[in-house]
Design a protein around this ligand. Structure first.
Ligand code: MTE
Ligand code: MO
Length: 386
C-alpha cells in the first residue's frame, strides 16, 4: 500500500496506528466543546486515504444493482438535492477497546475513550437519492427485490485483499427520511476533508461508525446483506465464551446501533488529587436515536451516586445557541461537582438512555474477542495527596 500521499494531521492527536492512520484526541479535548472540531475528531482508516482533489468534476457515485437502469450521480446532482444538517455523534465500535484488553487480550486497534466525536454533517438525504432511482420513501423492498443498500468506497484495504471498504444497511433504514442517513459533503460547515471522506461519505446516525462509509464510489441495491469483510468477518458481537479457536462468524449478525455509552473526560486514567472540590465532565450517548435520560457519577467507586447535569449547548458557533435543543443523534456532555476526600479511590460514571438501557458494571460480562462495544462503567483511579 502507498502511504506517500496522506493528508496533514494535527500534531496533538494520539496516534494508535500510523499506516493505516488511526488516531484520537486526548480525552480532555472532547469536553471542551459540544461540536468536536474537525482537527480533533478521531480518524479511523483501513488503508491509504484516496487522493481525489484533481478529479472533482469527474467524480460521481454510481447507483446500481437491482434497478431498471443504473445512474451516475455527479457532485452537482447531489448538491442540487435539499441540503440537511444533522448533528450526530460518530462512534467507532472499538472505542474503549484498550480497557477491554486489560481483562483478557482482544484483537484490534487500541483505543482509549476518544474514538468518537460529535459533528454537524451536511448533505443530501439518502432517501431523496434513492427516490431518483425509483425507490420510494418508507419501502422495505424495492421494485426489483432490493432489501439492502450497499455502500462501496474508493479506498483499498488489506482486509478486503486490496479491494474497497464496504458496508450495507437495510433498505427500510435507507428509505426512512427520519433516520437522517446522509450522503454528506460537509462537516462542521466546511467541505469534508480527506481523512473524513472527501468528497462524499455516508453518515448513518446512531449506528457504529463502521457503516458510515467514506470516499463513496457506488451504492448498490442488493437482495442480501453486504458480503464484505467488515459486515461478515468483523464488527459482530460474540459472547465471552467464543475465542479464535471456536469462532463461527456466520452465527452472528453485523452490529448496527451502538449501545448506551458514557465516559469521564476531565480526568485521566490515574490522577493525583488533593481533597476538595473537583469538576467531573464527560460524554454520554446512545444508539438508534435513543436520547440520554440520566448520567450518574460516583466518587466512592459506585457505592453512592449523584446525578450529573447534562447539556447539548454549542459553545462555539456552528449552530444556534439553544438550551432546549434535542439533538437525538448527538451526545450530551455531562458535568458534576464533587468533594473528593482522602478515602476516594475511584470516580465512576454510568448513563441511562430513554429506553432504560444501562451500562454494565464490569467489562468481564461483555468481553468479546474483537474488543468491540466496551460500554462498562467508566472508572478512573484517584490518589489523594495532602
Ligand atoms: N470508510 C472507508 N471507506 N474506509 C474505512 O476505513 N472506516 C470506518 C468508517 N468508514 C472506514 C470507512 C470506521 S471503522 C469508522 S469508526 C469510521 O469510518 C471513522 O470515521 P472517521 O475517520 O471520519 O472518524
Ligand atoms: Mo470503527
Amino acid at each position: 500500500s502507498d502511504y506517500s500521499q496522506e493528508p496533514p494531521r494535527h500534531p496533538a492527536l494520539l496516534v494508535n496506528s500510523k499506516e493505516p492512520f488511526n488516531a484520537e484526541p486526548h480525552r480532555s479535548c472532547l469536553v471542551s466543546s459540544y461540536v468536536t472540531p474537525v482537527d480533533f475528531f478521531y480518524k479511523r482508516n483501513h488503508g491509504p486515504v484516496p487522493l481525489l482533489d484533481h478529479h472533482i468534476d469527474k467524480y460521481s457515485v454510481s447507483v446500481a444493482g437491482l434497478l431498471e437502469n443504473r445512474k451516475e450521480l455527479y457532485m452537482k446532482d447531489i448538491i442540487k438535492l435539499p441540503k440537511y444538517a444533522v448533528t450526530a455523534t460518530l462512534q467507532c465500535a472499538g472505542n474503549r477497546r484498550t480497557a477491554m484488553s486489560k481483562t483478557r487480550k482482544v484483537k484490534g486497534v487500541g483505543w482509549d475513550i476518544s474514538a468518537l466525536g460529535n459533528a454537524v454533517w451536511s448533505g443530501a438525504k439518502l432517501a431523496d437519492v434513492l427516490e431518483l432511482v425509483g425507490i420510494s420513501k418508507h419501502s422495505h423492498i424495492s421494485p426489483h427485490g432490493g432489501k439492502h443498500v450497499e455502500f462501496v468506497s474508493i479506498d483499498k484495504c488489506k482486509e478486503e485483499n486490496g479491494g474497497p471498504y464496504k458496508a450495507s444497511i437495510p433498505l427500510s433504514h435507507a428509505t426512512n427520511p427520519e433516520a437522517d442517513v446522509l450522503l454528506a459533503y460537509e462537516m462542521n460547515g466546511e467541505t469534508l476533508n480527506r481523512d473524513h471522506g472527501y468528497p462524499l461519505r455516508v453518515i448513518v446516525p446512531g449506528v457504529i461508525g463502521a457503516r458510515s462509509v467514506k470516499w463513496l464510489d457506488s451504492i448498490n441495491i442488493i437482495a442480501q446483506v453486504c458480503q464484505g469483510f467488515f459486515m461478515q468477518k468483523d464488527y459482530k458481537m460474540f459472547p465471552p465464551s467464543v475465542d479464535w479457536d471456536n469462532i463461527d462468524w456466520s452465527t452472528r449478525r453485523p452490529v448496527m446501533d451502538f449501545p448506551i455509552q458514557s465516559a469521564i473526560c476531565s480526568l485521566d486514567e490515574v490522577n493525583d488529587l488533593r481533597p476538595g472540590k473537583i469538576l467531573i465532565k464527560g460524554y454520554a450517548v446512545s444508539g438508534g436515536g435513543r436520547g440520554i435520560e440520566r448520567v450518574d457519577v460516583s466518587i466512592d467507586n459506585g457505592k453512592s451516586w449523584a446525578e450529573a447535569s447534562k447539556s447539548q449547548k454549542d459553545d462555539i458557533t456552528y449552530i444556534s445557541d439553544d438550551n432546549e435543543r434535542n439533538d437525538k443523534w448527538a451526545w450530551v456532555l455531562f458535568e458534576a461537582e464533587a468533594d473528593v476526600t482522602d478515602t476516594t479511590t475511584h470516580i465512576v460514571a454510568k448513563a441511562v438512555d430513554i429506553a432504560g438501557n444501562i451500562q454494565p458494571e464490569n467489562v468481564e460480562f461483555i468481553w468479546n474477542l474483537r474488543g468491540i462495544l466496551n460500554t462498562s462503567w467508566h472508572r478512573v483511579r484517584v490518589h489523594i495527596g495532602s
